[in-house]
Design a protein around this ligand. Structure first.
Ligand SMILES: *Cc1c(COP(=O)(O)O)cnc(C)c1O
Length: 498
């Protein structure tokens, strides 16, 4: 007879009461941490010892106490995160997250649902948020869609869907794209993931033609038409145009209605990368900027940026029913799964993208949309854009600062242009590093019209006017320090040798 002690135990805790106490502690600690996030530094570099602790850690053969692991987390991970929860994280288009979203994610992890398919409530939650997303952007309720990691994946899925819906596109699924000379178009300021999607789709990055921008950093429509005509004349097959609603560099929005007209005329698939900008649709006074978005064949956007859903939560929508499944479903069996039992409820999400196993992202998206409502989320967008306008005004009112691009949404590009400084790119680049290392405020850099710009992207729902004032003060103080230092060095160099 087998001894009881030889039976392998599962992974549930031995003492549930102890685990509950630990869980409550973690929850309280993290909620307090979020509550007071603005009092700490935006970011601080990880000490070498902490980094080495990770790099040298051996694969654990036996386990340790949850309490000990939690302590390691609070000491070595939590203080050295990227900082996007902080109201003065302005460097990149990252969402700030919410405490409510964290709780939703905890519930989702507790349920451990797999949303690839089958007949269960979590799948209905995702169908509901996809239907809501379609409504938010003026798509019909029949539109299909999928929650994914982010807009990089959403753009990739949309671009694959477009290739499978060209004439004869179904054959490409068996034979590959090698025999076709498919080409697509996107603005020069389109996100790098669009070119990457062309690469991953097997079309090659060169098959993505980059259209020059006009003076407002929007796609130049005349240039686009010329490029299409030239490609057709040279025997290429134009199949897709990608408009960006909110470019990462300047927040500009491509002329979406003109792109929709052109796509209809030329028989192209019209995709919009609205990673963050599409959410401006929720702000009544900004929504008109996105006119034409509702005419897109597909849309990629993120809930984890302006909608503040914790990472990761991107979304792809495809207007016409059947198109997305035509690109991904592995056989028509997807339409004729069982009529009852766990295998009912077709079509499944695994028929609309590459993933079979999929987590319950939909819960945190549901909690965000239903918990805050679209009006409140729209107000967050409005607030970010109002702060961007305020910053732009202050930049323009300051002699030493120069605004480098018009402010459409929430991105402000400017630079310090002190007289007497020869290398302004260097000054501004060093300033941004000073600011990041100070922990006070974290902008980033980009290049606008050949010059280095300080880039401020306002996405976080916690950012206020006071944070803009702190940013400007910090830019001013660090500039003074650098200029004083440069002046001293010059004087020393000019001074007679002792
Ligand atoms: C952020 C962003 C992306 C990439 O989205 P991820 O969610 O980071 O994958 C693509 N396009 C634009 C315009 C973006 O702002």
């Amino acid at each position: 007879m087998q001894e009881e002690s030889k039976v392998v135990a599962g992974l549930d805790p031995e003492d549930w009461e102890e685990l509950k106490a630990q869980g409550h502690q973690m929850l309280d600690d993290m909620l307090e941490n979020i509550r007071h996030v603005s009092q700490g530094p935006v970011w601080q570099p990880m000490p070498a010892s902490v980094r080495e602790g990770f790099r040298d850690a051996p694969l654990p053969a036996s386990g340790q106490e949850l309490g000990a692991l939690y302590q390691q987390f609070t000491q070595t991970v939590q203080p050295y995160a990227v900082g996007n929860r902080h109201p003065r994280f302005m460097g990149w288009v990252h969402g700030g997250g919410t405490a409510q979203g964290m709780l939703a994610d905890m519930l989702a992890a507790g349920l451990n649902a797999n949303l690839g398919g089958r007949d269960h409530a979590p799948v209905e939650v995702e169908r509901m948020v996809i239907r809501w997303a379609a409504e938010m952007f003026g798509f019909s309720p029949e539109a299909t869609g999928l929650l994914v990691t982010g807009s990089s994946m959403a753009n990739f899925i949309a671009i694959l869907t477009a290739t499978r819906n060209v004439s004869g596109g179904q054959d490409l699924r068996q034979q590959g794209v090698g025999g076709r000379r498919l080409v697509g178009y996107a603005g020069e300021s389109a996100h790098g993931c669009v070119a990457r999607a062309f690469d991953m789709a097997g079309l090659g990055e060169q098959a993505l033609r980059r259209v020059p921008m006009d003076s407002a950093f929007r796609m130049d429509m005349a240039a686009l038409e010329r490029m299409i005509a030239q490609d057709r004349a040279a025997g290429f097959e134009p199949f897709l145009v990608v408009g960006t609603a909110g470019t990462v560099d300047t927040g500009s929005i491509d002329p979406l209605n003109a792109l929709a007209d052109l796509a209809a005329r030329e028989g192209l698939w019209f995709h919009v990368d609205g990673a963050f900008g599409a959410l401006a649709k929720l702000a009544p006074e900004l929504a008109p900027l996105l006119a034409g978005l509702e005419r897109a064949d597909s849309l990629a956007f993120d809930f984890h940026k302006w909608a503040q859903v914790p990472y990761d939560a991107g979304c792809v929508l495809v207007r016409e029913p059947g198109r997305q499944a035509a690109a991904f479903a592995q056989s028509l069996a997807y339409l004729s799964r069982e009529d009852r039992g766990l295998a009912a409820g077709a079509p499944w999400f695994c028929d609309l993208g590459p993933d079979l196993s999929r987590g319950f992202r939909a819960l945190k998206v549901w909690f965000a949309l239903a918990g805050f409502g679209t009006q409140k989320l729209g107000q967050v967008v409005t607030q970010s854009c109002a702060l961007a306008q305020e910053l732009a005004r202050q930049v323009q009112a300051t002699a030493q600062l120069q605004l480098l691009a018009p402010v459409t949404l929430n991105v402000v590009c400017f630079r310090v242009a002190a007289p007497d400084v020869e290398d302004l790119d260097r000054l501004n680049g060093e300033l941004v590093k000073d600011l990041q290392l100070s922990g006070v405020v974290a902008p980033s850099t980009t290049r606008i019209g050949g010059v280095l710009a300080i880039r401020v992207a306002l996405v976080n729902h916690r950012t206020t006017k006071a944070d803009i004032a702190i940013l400007l003060d910090a830019v001013h103080s660090f500039t003074e320090v650098r200029l004083a230092h440069a002046k001293m060095m010059k004087e020393l160099a000019g001074a007679p040798q002792a």
